[in-house]
Design a protein around this ligand. Structure first.
Ligand SMILES: O=c1[nH]c(=O)c2nc[nH]c2[nH]1
Ligand SMILES: [Zn+2]
Length: 486
C-alpha cells in the first residue's frame, strides 16, 4: 500500500456535496492533507499566480503539491451502505427469481462455498480490490455465516486500507441444512469472537476521536432467518455495546413480509420485530425498505435508524421501488447500496443511475413527473432525484447512515481525506465524457469552468465507470484506482 507519509497538498478542481439540493464546485482549490490523512485546510479560488503566496501563508512552501490536470477533479469517496461480499461469484445470475426463491436457488448455495477458507481468501481478495477500484471508500459488508471466512474478509479489507463494517450473517432457521448455523448459542458465540477479532485489528487510540478503519457490525440476516432467542441474544449484545452498528434487511418483498408477519405474530409490524428485540436504533442500517407502512416509517424515524436504498437489486429481484423521496421528506437518513448480488454491479455509480431511474418511474406512476420543488411541503416524494441529491445520497447520505457523517462523506477541515480523483480525459479509456468536449477549459472564466465541471460530474455519474476513477484515497492513503500499482 502506497501511503502519504507526509502532508500533501492537492491543487485543482474539487466538487464537494453540501446538501440534498446543492454541491460546491471549486475549479482552483488548494486542499491540504496532514500526515495522518485528515484535511488540514482548504482554500478555494487560488489563481495560479497566487499559489506560492497562499502556500507561504500556510507555512507550506516546502510541501509536495499534486496538481490536477484539465479533465480531472476530486470528489469524496463513495459509500456503499449494503453489499454481500460472498455473493459476487453469482452476480448477474438469478434475475428470474424473486427474493425467497433466489436465496434458496442461487445465493445460499454460493455462500455455502465459503466454508472453504482458501476459496474465501482468493474470492475476497479479488472482491475487495474490485470494490475499492470502483470508488467505494467505505463499505458495509455482509460476509457468509462462517466465522473463519469472515475473519479473512476483515483481514483483506484491513490490509487493502478500505474503511468498512464487516459482519457475519446470523441465520439459524429457514435456511438449507447445508447452510445454517447449528444453534443460536453458536451463532452468538461466533459473532462475539468476530467482534473481538475485528476490534483487535486496529486498536482504538484513547486520544483519537476518529473511529478505526475496519469495524465489526451485527448482521442478523433478516427476521425470517433468526429465531426469537437469537434475535433476543443479539439485542442484548447490542444493548451492552451502543457503538456497535447493526445491519439487516427489511420489507424488501411482499412474500417475505407475509412470512415475517406469520413468524412473529406478536410484533406490530416487520420493523416492529427488530424494535421488539432492541435492534432498531440510531446505528441500525436497514436495507431495502420497499414496502414500509406509515407506522413503520414513523417508527424508523423515531429510532433514527438509516435506510440503505438498493434500487438495482429492487429492480433485478422484482421487489418494487422504495419511496425514497418520502423518507427524505420525513428526514430519515438514506444512503445507497449495491446489494450485490441482488444487485448486479459492485459500483455505486450503478446504484446512482438506478436510483435516478427508480425515482423517475415513481414520479411517472404517481403522475408527478416534475423535478424536486422546495415550494411544496413534500419536496422529494414522487419526484425525480436531482444530481445534487444523487451525489449526496452516494456520499454524505451514506456517511450519515453509517454514523460517520463527522468523519467522511464530504470535505471539511478535520475530516478524513477519503476521496476519488476522477479523470474524464480520453486517456482514461472511456471517451464518452471528454470526447464530447471541445472546449479549451484553461481559458474559461471561473463561472464557465464551474458550469463545465458540473457537466462533467453529471456525465461521470451516468456514463462513468472504474476507468475514470484514477486514484482512490482512504484516510489520506492511496489505496486503489486505475493507476494504482498492484
Ligand atoms: O437482497 C437480499 N439479499 C440477501 O442476501 C438477503 N438475505 C435476506 N434478505 C436478503 N435480501
Ligand atoms: Zn442484501
Amino acid at each position: 500500500m502506497e501511503s502519504i507519509k507526509k502532508s500533501c497538498i492537492f491543487y485543482g478542481a474539487v466538487i464537494n456535496p453540501k446538501s440534498l439540493q446543492s454541491f460546491s464546485v471549486s475549479p482552483q482549490c488548494l486542499l491540504a492533507v496532514d500526515a495522518i490523512g485528515n484535511i488540514d485546510w482548504i482554500v478555494d479560488d487560488v489563481e495560479p499566480h497566487t499559489l506560492q503566496d497562499v502556500l507561504a501563508s500556510k507555512g507550506c512552501i516546502e510541501s509536495e503539491v499534486i496538481a490536477l490536470r484539465e479533465g480531472e477533479f476530486i470528489i469524496p469517496g463513495f459509500i456503499d451502505t449494503h453489499t454481500h461480499a460472498p455473493q459476487v461469484p453469482n452476480m448477474g445470475t438469478g434475475g428470474q427469481y424473486e427474493l425467497l426463491d433466489w436465496l434458496e436457488n442461487v445465493t445460499f448455495p454460493t455462500e455455502a462455498k465459503f466454508s472453504d477458507v482458501n476459496f474465501a481468501r482468493e474470492t475476497y481478495t479479488s472482491v475487495v480490490r474490485r470494490v475499492i477500484d470502483s470508488g467505494t471508500t467505505t463499505c458495509c459488508y455482509y460476509g457468509s455465516l462462517h466465522l473463519e471466512a469472515t475473519k479473512i474478509l476483515a483481514d483483506i479489507v484491513y490490509a487493502f486500507g478500505q474503511r468498512a463494517f464487516v459482519g457475519k450473517c446470523n441465520m439459524n432457521r429457514h435456511c438449507p441444512g447445508h447452510y445454517i448455523e447449528p444453534s443460536f448459542e453458536d451463532s452468538v458465540a461466533d459473532t462475539q469472537t468476530l467482534i473481538s477479532y475485528i476490534r483487535s485489528l486496529s486498536p482504538q487510540q484513547d486520544n483519537s476521536s476518529q473511529e478505526p478503519l475496519v469495524q465489526p457490525i451485527l448482521t442478523p440476516r433478516f427476521a425470517i432467518s433468526c429465531t426469537d432467542d437469537l434475535l433476543s441474544s443479539l439485542g442484548n449484545l447490542a444493548s451492552s455495546d451502543p457503538k456497535l452498528r447493526i445491519q439487516t434487511h427489511i420489507s424488501e418483498n411482499k412474500s417475505e413480509i407475509s412470512f415475517t408477519r406469520e413468524l412473529f405474530p406478536s410484533a406490530s409490524s416487520y420493523a416492529g420485530v427488530y424494535d421488539m428485540f432492541g435492534l432498531l436504533r440510531q446505528n441500525t442500517i436497514l436495507a431495502h425498505a420497499v414496502h414500509l407502512t406509515e407506522d413503520e416509517i414513523d417508527l424508523i424515524k423515531s429510532k433514527d435508524a438509516g435506510i440503505s436504498h438498493c434500487p438495482t437489486s429492487n429492480f433485478n429481484l422484482s421487489s418494487g421501488i422504495a419511496p425514497v423521496g418520502v423518507y427524505l421528506d420525513k428526514g430519515i437518513k438514506v444512503g445507497l447500496g449495491t446489494d450485490v448480488s441482488g444487485g448486479f454491479n459492485v459500483s455505486i455509480l450503478n446504484a446512482i443511475q438506478n436510483a435516478s431511474v427508480a425515482a423517475k418511474v415513481c414520479s411517472l406512476q404517481t403522475g408527478n413527473s416534475g423535478s424536486e420543488s422546495s415550494s411544496m411541503s413534500a419536496i422529494y416524494a414522487n419526484k425525480q432525484l436531482s444530481i445534487p441529491s444523487l451525489f449526496y445520497l452516494a456520499t454524505i447520505g451514506g456517511a450519515a447512515v453509517c454514523g460517520l457523517e463527522n468523519q467522511v462523506g464530504s470535505f471539511a477541515t478535520g475530516k478524513s481525506f477519503d476521496a476519488l480523483i476522477v479523470n474524464v480525459r480520453d486517456e482514461a479509456g472511456n471517451p464518452t465524457i471528454w470526447g464530447l468536449d471541445d472546449t479549451n477549459f484553461t481559458n474559461l472564466s471561473i463561472e464557465d469552468k464551474k458550469k463545465h465541471l458540473e457537466g462533467w460530474l453529471e456525465r461521470f455519474l451516468f456514463c462513468g465507470d472504474d476507468r475514470n476513477i484514477e486514484r482512490v484515497y482512504v484516510q489520506g492513503t492511496f489505496v486503489g484506482g486505475r493507476t494504482f500499482r498492484r
